[in-house]
Design a protein around this ligand. Structure first.
Ligand code: AMP
Length: 312
């Protein structure tokens, strides 16, 4: 089954304590679409300006991403400049230029209106709603958001929550949305706002999935070296949704595994600047990492015939 991804297609300038990279391919939709493309056919809905480099379009094409929903308009592409602090746990936005995405509310080509999986990557909730309203009877709709929209577009976001199956957000955003410090209580309150599934990302501490089948706690892959975490959240939602689409739509049965696949792809994303590490991935490497994560969380070890005498 295929996935429609909408969000920002951006130029990102990223500064970490160790390096600085200008105008990389970025944006929530770029990261999510490439991550999902390892599992399922993807259609990208986004807008780029006339400063968007041709090799970045090629990168989408190399991942077989359908670009009939990618519009080019005169003007600047969405631009974001972010800077990380020493331990990379905190980041600051230095500049955001909306450019051609400002007030952009496209009419989708007819074939895109029939996509079964809809991934509303982080962007203005009004745009997320506008896209979703054009899709005929989607099978699964998942949305991401950020603190900015909680601050300046809360009503649109609340309207969106009533129409989606799953919301993915980070722990501070979950607390901000509900004004509740206790995360399990905050999650319960988010369910009451609409989504059947709530997935809370906790960075290096993994993720929590909540749905009708109770809670699932997923570990993050313990990386020893972090190059650039930009796009990790988008890769997470992309890997998760792509995996679900590949499994053919039985959401409840596959969602726990999908969360682990999302975590695996997100961990690769952090190992390179922008999309550098993600774009080189393949399914085999993703599966190997999922197996590693599985080993990290297994607590019933297989019985050994002999124990090492030194450990008796
Ligand atoms: P993440 O690290 O997963 O939060 O996502 C980082 C990506 O989000 C970058 O590639 C940015 O281009 C993009 N981004 C930054 N600010 C915004 C915004 N206000 N709306 C949508 N996308 C954004």
């Amino acid at each position: 089954m295929s996935v429609l991804v909408v969000g920002t297609t951006a130029l990102d300038s990223i500064r970490t304590p160790y390096q600085e990279k200008p105008k990389l391919l970025g944006g929530s939709a770029s990261h999510a679409a490439v991550a999902a493309s390892f599992f399922a056919p993807v259609s990208l809905v986004g807008v780029i300006g006339d400063d968007f480099p041709a090799p970045y379009v090629q990168l989408y094409q190399e991942h077989n991403i359908d670009l009939q929903g990618l519009e080019r308009k005169p003007g600047r592409t969405f631009f974001w400049e972010g800077e990380y602090e020493v331990n990379m746990n905190r980041r600051r936005t230095n500049e955001t230029v909306l450019g051609v995405i400002e007030n952009w509310l496209p009419d989708l080509p007819e074939p895109l209106r029939r996509k079964p999986f809809v991934l509303l990557a982080n962007c203005e909730p009004k745009l997320q709603l506008h896209i979703l309203n054009q899709i005929h009877d989607p099978r699964f709709v998942v949305a991401d958001t950020m603190d900015l929209w909680l601050n300046i577009a809360r009503d649109d976001l609340l309207a969106l929550l009533k129409k989606i199956d799953a919301l993915i957000l980070n722990d501070t955003e979950a607390r901000q949305l509900t004004e509740e410090d206790n995360l399990p209580v905050a999650i319960r309150q988010i369910h009451e706002l609409g989504p059947r599934y709530v997935i809370v990302k906790k960075g290096e501490h993994g993720a929590m999935l909540s749905g009708p089948q109770e809670l699932f706690l997923a570990a993050a892959y313990p990386l020893t070296e972090l190059v650039d975490p930009t796009g990790a959240g988008d890769s997470f939602i992309g890997g998760l949704t792509g995996y679900l689409a590949e499994q053919g739509g039985e959401i409840e049965r596959h969602l726990r595994q999908a969360v682990v696949y999302g975590s695996a792809v997100a961990s690769f994303c952090c190992q390179g600047f922008g999309l550098a590490a993600t774009e080189k991935l393949d399914k085999v490497r993703i599966k190997e990492r999922v197996a590693e994560i599985e080993n990290f969380v297994r607590f019933e070890l297989p019985e050994r015939p002999e124990t090492n005498p030194r450990h008796r």
